[in-house]
Design a protein. Structure first.
Length: 186
């Protein structure tokens, strides 16, 4: 005797992916879909915010720098929409200041690029900190300290480059050039 019952499809967890690099976004979207997520992707903050309201994601992977805007704005918006959304901030422009702010705004993790898909998925599910994380013996370089300081001042001025430049006593274009460079490694 055969059964005519259809198997009920299992709903995939919904993930919002926002990164301004369309190629990276497409590759990561495909990789996350292979790992069982229903991925909705956007390449700018406004589209990402609209998608978030439409699909109500359980998970989100947000780039820190989306064009010339801060992905932290989107982290705050996602957290306001649903405090249970598990958000990972992904960035090629890591700084202590932005990592702290990302967590304070509701992200569960902060990863630097390049990060592979398995690292991202693990970060989405990580609930506790790691007390065994390595503490470096060598202090940060002067270039890295400058980068960290610029990020801190920029955050204090809500991402407003003109206001941050005034506070730093430098020309706005000089600050923009410094911010466009990748941070020094250490």
């Amino acid at each position: 005797m055969s059964s005519n019952k259809m198997a009920t499809p299992v709903a995939k967890p919904i993930l919002l992916l926002v990164d301004d690099d369309p190629t990276f976004c497409d590759v990561l979207k495909q990789a996350l879909e292979k790992r069982g997520f229903e991925v909705h992707a956007a390449t700018d903050i406004d589209s990402g915010a609209a998608l978030a309201e439409e699909v109500d994601p359980e998970y989100a992977v947000i780039d820190l720098r989306i064009g010339h805007e801060s992905g932290l704005v989107l982290v705050r918006k996602l957290h306001e929409l649903d405090a249970n959304t598990r958000i990972v901030v992904l960035t090629g422009f890591a700084s202590i200041a932005t990592a702290v702010e990302a967590i304070k705004l509701g992200a569960v993790h902060y990863l630097t690029k390049p990060a592979d898909t398995d690292e991202i998925v693990a970060a989405l599910h990580k609930d506790e900190g790691d007390a065994s994380v390595e503490i470096k013996e060598k202090p940060l370089s002067i270039r890295r300290l400058e980068w960290e300081h610029l990020q801190k001042i920029l955050i204090e001025h809500a991402g407003n480059i003109s206001a941050a430049a005034r506070a730093l006593g430098m020309h706005r274009r000089t600050l923009q050039r410094k911010l466009e460079k990748r941070p020094a490694k250490e």
